[in-house]
Write a protein that binds this ligand. Structure first.
Ligand code: FES
Length: 581
């Protein structure tokens, strides 16, 4: 199917800048020619922005300068005029306190870059965790033709110990090896070797962490080319995919194919199904709700829970399985996985190709059924996500059962409560800490307002004395998030958060907490009367942020179950085009 042409040259947005016959138009054309752009390219071609989240402090995006050149080549071949616009890079590991604090900043930056400049369309270059939802949220709100070009996962590494060689990658293995190092099972020399090897090439984390989950979700939403999210960053196919993005976006300009033409309840249902079959990151719960709300679609945690109940985990990828993204690519990548769950997908959803999801994946096949499992032989039936409710989380919380310890999914234990991250970290190193493997570790003041920015502190470390005793998992609770590459029985995103007076703020050390994932229940065994008494005595923590972006964030961020977007950025209300004079 070929989409009809819906836009003419005279209707291009960039014409408002360059076709103006007054002094403003003269100045706009003059200044572009100042940097070598030909007059006819401004007057006869659509201007396509390449939003690039490259920076020297974003190692996952180290190759995006080169990929921007490939995108430009595609745009030029198709008759467009490319312009590269740098945007906040948000390298996950380097940005403190957390990139989540700046996801909305990036979303605003992308929206306002596209609005304030003569852009007819956009190719978004991102992939490291928040850069996918951040750029996509901004593009949804701007609603001009857009393709998301994912950075791609990094390559696998090999680790040899005692003559046994195994495949290792970033994220999940970082925590595994660090715990083994703490327990004395990995030497200082080995850990130094791993430091230099485990992330051996540009690209995003190669487990099914947040980066791989979100780029797959973007593809499932129809915002990326088919198969794009699975291609390793250093594969030549990745460069060709980037060129394809550049070529295709020009066609989308003339077809006027915008995010609002692609994003429907059906496309978000597809994205949730893909998230669950992949065993995707719990972080996606926040991002997918935020993206949907930008598109005017009111997704909830209960929608995500329903998707998780429908679909087992089929992708054998860390942290739910034992393979990495390079293996997933060789196994057929996302189109092959979508073929396996085709009965659960809405095949008629339109995509950036101008074709439907069904047309895009028609020829996809699974090439390695150990990596992409058939429905009758899943990696896990425990579910990639469960939404929990109860007196401790009236608005919800999430857990990733497929990456948790089965015996802890129904557990009752005494709470050991920490009010902040430094206090908790110091206690974990204390070998006299009063706890055992049944203790429930609780961290609060780590939510969107409290931390601020809801950092990935929810995978609380295991106390050192228990690590030495062989304990590798405990029930842990927080209003924080957890890295998608991590694993463990961690209840996350407790909402409302403690810093605004959610029930988590009222828990005392020694209280009994009960988790029952099968019942979707999270309960604090304290009477209502006692909770009322504690609430009356509670005072909000003092926030040191009196100015700047962080204060804006704390004032306007919504809670986890609402997507943590800013209240003034949600919805589909358009912002007027800028006045040009
Ligand atoms: Fe960039 Fe994991 S640190 S994707």
């Amino acid at each position: 199917m070929t989409l009809p042409i819906r836009k003419t040259l005279s209707e291009l947005r960039s014409r408002r800048w360059f076709a103006d016959q007054g002094m403003r138009g003269f100045a706009h054309r003059q200044r572009m020619q100042q940097q070598g752009v030909r007059r006819e390219d401004l007057m006869e071609r659509p201007m396509v922005a390449i939003i690039n989240t490259w920076s020297d402090l974003s190692p996952c995006h180290a190759h995006l300068r080169e990929r921007a050149e490939a995108v430009k080549r595609g745009i030029l071949l198709a008759g467009g005029c490319p312009v590269e616009l740098p945007a906040m890079s948000l390298g996950e590991v380097m940005v403190k306190p957390t990139t989540m604090l700046y996801r909305n900043f990036l979303a605003m930056e992308v929206e306002e870059l596209l609005r304030s400049l003569p852009c007819d369309a956009a190719v978004l270059l991102g992939g490291c965790d928040k850069t996918t939802p951040g750029t996509v949220m901004g593009a949804i709100s701007m609603d001009i033709p857009t393709i998301f070009c994912p950075a791609g996962p990094m390559l696998n590494d090999r680790y040899v110990k005692d003559g046994v060689s195994r495949t290792v990658g970033a994220g999940t293995h970082t925590r595994i090896f660090w715990d083994e190092y703490q327990a004395g099972h990995v030497s200082a020399d080995e850990i130094r070797h791993l430091e230099s090897r485990m992330t051996r090439a540009p690209g995003t984390c190669n487990t099914m962490g947040t980066a791989s989950t979100m780029t797959a979700i973007a593809e499932a939403l129809g915002l990326s080319l088919p198969g794009a999210s699975s291609i390793p960053a250093m594969d030549s196919a990745h460069t060709r995919m980037a060129t394809d993005c550049g070529e295709r976006i020009v066609g989308m300009v003339w077809e006027d194919l915008k995010p609002s033409d692609l994003l429907t309840r059906g496309s978000f249902d597809n994205a949730m199904a893909v998230q669950m079959a992949l065993g995707g990151s719990t972080n996606a719960a926040v991002h997918i709700i935020a993206m949907a709300r930008r598109a005017g679609i009111p997704l909830t945690l209960r929608d995500l829970d329903a998707a998780a109940r429908r679909l087992p985990v089929l992708a054998n990828l860390f942290p739910s399985g034992d393979r990495l993204m390079e293996d997933f690519y060789y196994a057929g990548g996302l189109p092959a996985l979508m073929q396996v769950i085709a009965a659960q997908l809405s095949m008629a959803q339109m995509t950036v190709t101008g074709k439907t999801i069904g047309e895009n994946i028609a020829s996809a096949r699974v090439l390695d059924p150990e990596v992409i499992r058939p429905l009758e032989r899943p990696v896990s039936t425990a579910g990639a996500l469960a939404a929990l409710f109860g007196n401790l989380a009236p608005d919800g919380a999430v857990i990733k059962p497929s990456a948790a310890t089965e015996r802890l999914l129904c557990h009752k234990g005494r709470a050991l409560v920490f009010d902040n991250q430094p206090e908790m970290l110091a206690a974990m190193a204390d070998e006299t800490l009063d706890c055992d493997e049944n203790t429930v570790l609780v961290l609060r003041n780590a939510g969107p307002v409290g931390a601020p920015g809801m950092p990935e502190w929810g995978n609380l470390p295991i106390p050192k004395k228990l690590l030495k005793a062989g304990v590798r998992d405990m029930l842990r609770l927080s209003d924080a998030r957890m890295s998608g590459t991590h694993y463990g029985t961690c209840v996350l995103h407790i909402s409302p958060e403690s810093a605004i007076g959610g029930p988590l703020a009222l828990v005392h050390t020694g209280d009994v907490i009960e988790l029952d994932v099968a019942q979707r229940k999270l309960h604090l065994h304290v009477s209502d009367a006692e909770l009322t008494r504690r609430r009356a005595a509670w005072t909000a923590p003092v926030q040191p942020f009196q100015r700047g972006y962080t204060q804006l964030y704390q004032r306007h961020v919504t809670q986890a179950h609402e997507g943590c977007d800013f209240d003034f950025l949600q919805g589909t209300q358009p912002t007027p085009e800028p006045v040009i004079f």
